[in-house]
Design a protein around this ligand. Structure first.
Ligand code: G3H
Length: 541
């Protein structure tokens, strides 16, 4: 078989798709959630094409999955009004509700969400090409995240359920909501990364507007009824459409109090500038990264190859935490490159539902076009593609390309490729990767592979001041979700972990008084008669 037909052969016919994963009908989503109702949209729609192409007699093309509403400014402002009214300047039902009751609403949502698992997982595969195993992991990890969030909130609440006495002042210090939060997640984790901001924002008493990423919209459809039924009207609202039309007016209104955005620093910069009072806007941002792996001369090469393979190619390298450039010591670079190329060629490529699949289609052909461009640039400037099938592509499929030697003259050296292209560069002096990391615009994580404790220790101290997680003999990753996840420079603003997220979407607020007999009596009565949800020594067990 020639190279072209081999790569095209990857696409299944309709009959070759296991029945359980076939989409019985297209998802024509006309609804958006506003003020506790599913409003029907009769305006323009965005057609949704799959990452997966289907072979038929008429040719091979991306499967059509359905469509979602392309809302406009009036609908965005309607959604904003609902969220602002539900917050009611902090006087709404939700922001003044007890923690215990808010938890009850979230638990109800979680039960309803669990019922949607099969549908959401299937759409994750079709919409963004994520493998079945990774799609299931994304769903389950999200449900677990919600459960962990509830338990972290109980712990936080217990710690706040007491009075402090300091310098003759008594006070109760709790965390209060910020207001209206706009949540926008990325296409690579459309469910998980949207929910890791949406859920903590909600549970702390904020009202929320969420916009799914451009790719990975329909999978949220199954959750709209659960949001509608589990929370008071206006607490959760959704918006769909082009960012400029629907997000611009929200930001420009000045009524968004917190922005949770996972995407590019370019877009984050635009959004922040649209807010008329940027100093008032709280931001939680997860942005680009170009995480480096440094393979020292004494590294266990087999282990380093396996771990870097996972780090560079899980979900086709479409993770902000992926290893995006590998610096390998000149003494071991040949062995490493050879082993790495072999492993890449051994990976199973196919459709998301294929058992054991590792490499799957990308969400849209434009991604392949970009990757072809960045690889061509490297090749034109002296690099080679070292694996046999590297860079072969057809429509939305791109076979991983191992590119070596990558130098500072190439785009691949600095640009975040966010896809199945592995950049390898050789170094002689450890100062070379250190300088690279210092000069990088990004500062999320890095990995060091080696066995000598002295050599590793000498790298730890300077490099922890450059990145926010240094992984020893392990790939970069976000999890466990209880660990802090953040970055320096252009990589992030704010820290997300189960417990940190509760803090970033709330503000410490206190009720204080001089402990005079009259004041003590007032407070005693409020507590005994449970007149306030804030000033209260109750806690959730
Ligand atoms: O895209 C960035 C994700 O937060 C990475 O998460 O390391 O668990 O894949 P992960």
């Amino acid at each position: 078989m020639d190279a072209k037909s081999e790569i095209m052969d990857i696409w299944p016919s309709k009959q070759q798709i296991p029945e359980v994963f076939r989409l019985s009908e297209s998802v024509e989503q006309r609804e958006y959630l506003v003020d506790g109702r599913l409003r029907t949209w009769n305006g323009p729609m965005q057609e949704v094409l799959s990452a997966v192409c289907i072979r038929s007699e008429a040719g091979t093309a991306q499967a059509t999955l359905g469509a979602y509403p392309l809302l406009d400014e009036p609908q965005a402002l309607e959604v904003l009004r609902a969220a602002v009214d539900a917050y009611g300047h902090g006087r709404g039902t939700w922001p003044t509700m007890s923690v215990e009751d808010r938890i009850r609403h979230l638990e109800e949502f979680t039960l309803r969400m669990a019922e949607t698992r099969a549908r959401v997982v299937n759409l994750l595969m079709w919409e963004i090409g994520k493998s079945l195993a990774d799609s299931e992991k994304e769903f389950d990890r999200t449900v677990e995240y919600i459960r962990d969030t509830i338990s972290a909130l109980k712990t936080l609440d217990r710690a706040c359920s007491r009075f402090e006495m300091e310098q003759g002042i008594m006070a109760q210090i709790r965390r209060a909501p910020l207001g209206v939060v706009l949540c926008m997640g990325p296409y690579n984790y459309p469910l998980n990364e949207t929910f890791t901001t949406l859920i903590p924002a909600l549970i702390m008493g904020n009202t929320v507007i969420f916009k799914p990423p451009r790719l990975g919209v329909l999978l949220h459809r199954a959750l709209l009824e659960a949001f509608r039924d589990a929370f008071p009207p206006g607490v959760v609202n959704t918006v769909y459409g082009e960012g400029q039309k629907v997000i611009g007016p929200l930001m420009a209104s000045g009524q968004i109090d917190a922005l949770a955005f996972i995407g590019s620093s370019r877009v984050a910069g635009i959004l922040k500038k649209q807010h008329p009072a940027p100093h008032r806007l709280r931001c939680v941002l997860g942005l680009e990264a170009k995480n480096a792996g440094v393979i020292l001369p004494d590294a266990d090469i087999d282990m380093a190859v396996k771990e870097c393979l996972l780090g560079a190619l899980s979900y086709n390298g479409q993770r902000c935490t992926a290893l995006k450039i590998l610096f390998v010591h000149a003494d071991v670079v040949d062995a490493f490159v050879e082993g790495f190329a072999d492993e890449v060629e051994g990976l199973e490529a196919g459709m998301p539902w294929d058992p054991g699949v590792a490499i799957t289609p990308l969400p849209e052909p434009a991604r392949c076009e970009y990757l072809r461009g960045i690889v061509a640039d490297a090749v034109a400037r002296g690099a080679g593609i070292v694996n046999a099938r590297g860079g072969r592509s057809d429509r939305t499929f791109f076979h991983p390309a191992v590119v070596y030697p990558v130098t500072g003259a190439m785009r691949l050296y600095r640009e975040e490729q966010f896809g199945p292209v592995i950049a390898i560069t050789a170094f002689k002096d450890i100062e070379e990767p250190i300088r690279y990391i210092i000069e990088s615009d990004y500062g999320q994580q890095m990995s060091i592979f080696g066995q000598d404790p002295d050599r590793i220790a000498r790298l730890i101290d300077p490099l922890v001041n450059q990145v926010c997680r240094l992984n020893i003999n392990s790939q970069c990753q976000r999890g466990p979700d209880t660990f802090p996840f953040t970055g320096r420079k252009d990589s992030a603003e704010g820290t997300l972990s189960v417990s940190d997220a509760l803090r970033v979407f709330s503000i410490r607020t206190l009720v204080a008084a001089k402990p005079t007999p009259a004041n003590k009596d007032i407070i005693r009565q409020i507590l005994r008669q449970r007149r306030s949800n804030f000033l209260s020594t109750d806690f959730v067990l």
